[in-house]
Design a protein around this ligand. Sequence first.
Ligand code: PDD
Length: 283
Amino acid sequence: MSRTVFLNGDYLPEEDAKVSIFDRGFLMADGVYEVTSVLDGKLLEFDGHVKRLERSLGELDMGKPKDFDNLLEIHRELVSRNNVDQGGVYLQVTRGVADRDFVFPKDAEPTLTLFTQSRPLLDTPASQTGIKVVFSDDIRWGRRDIKTVQLLYPSMCKMMAKAAGADDVWLVEEGLITEGSSNNAYIVKDNQIITRDLSNDILHGITRASVLIYAREAQMEVVERAFSPAEAQAADEAFITSASTFVLPVVSIDGAQIGEGTPGPVSRRLREIYIDESRKRAI
Ligand code: PDD
């Protein structure tokens, strides 16, 4: 059965949702997005995702879509119509439809699309075994704090990882790890949780913000600073965070086994805490 999706004010069967070939999202990747996870049919971290969306739109001087104030209702309606118990809601705003020109159009109406994806989030094989990452140069543009739909390089990174027998890439710039191709990166050394500090060099992960709060509440020591590939390979533990993976242990970094090669205690505990706490706050 086909999904119900949302396009510019209408709930439609997915095969009937059509966007113009002149949409700037299609022509120029002139758009931003958010992914909000669904657990027990409820939304995780909804407010954080909408706040970041608002910021991304502002940074790109892009108008808010007409339905901006109804986003909670639209998310809930799609989750309900598509019977999503576990999975996510993908939301995208583009600058809209205009004849092709580099200059931003003055009067384009932003295009708003949302759809759901059902998939297991909790006891996934990767959460049991941990994942392997390899290094690649971070050649993305310099405004990674804006969640744009320019995802060609991250897609290429996933393919590079696959070709190397790994699951993902950790990106390296000027001798330091920035983040994963679609997640934030962490190491644990002598019980310190280390993750890169916020700047335009990385996406300000919504999961990252909550995980750091929960870790500090649990009396774990958190240090926000950049770390090098060599430091990562010598870490006691490593993990990634994102809306779609929560806290996911990393057991191998560019060929170096991390710890015992199985998910370590800090990563496992943080995953549990994150799932418990965000479930409690789900709406
Ligand atoms: N990716 N860094 C990058 C480059 C990302 O693309 C993401 C999210 C994150 C983590 O952000 P958050 O915790 O807010 O999900 C960090 C999403 C899940 C995606 O592209 O599917």
